[in-house]
Design a protein around this ligand. Sequence first.
Ligand code: FES
Length: 60
Amino acid sequence: MENLNKNVCNCRKVSFEKIEESIKNGADSFEKVVEETKATKGCGRCKSYVEDIVKSKLNK
Ligand code: FES
């Protein structure tokens, strides 16, 4: 269960919804999502989580 308003990346305050949005807007890889949202650009601890979200969204 995902809480849409919960931050996926706390350092950059990137919500789950924001990740989804960037994919909807055409980001089709982890790198592009990072570029657009800046998620993972702080401590980096959220990287595997963000990767998983991007992967699961793109494999749909
Ligand atoms: S929580 Fe995402 S970079 Fe720190």
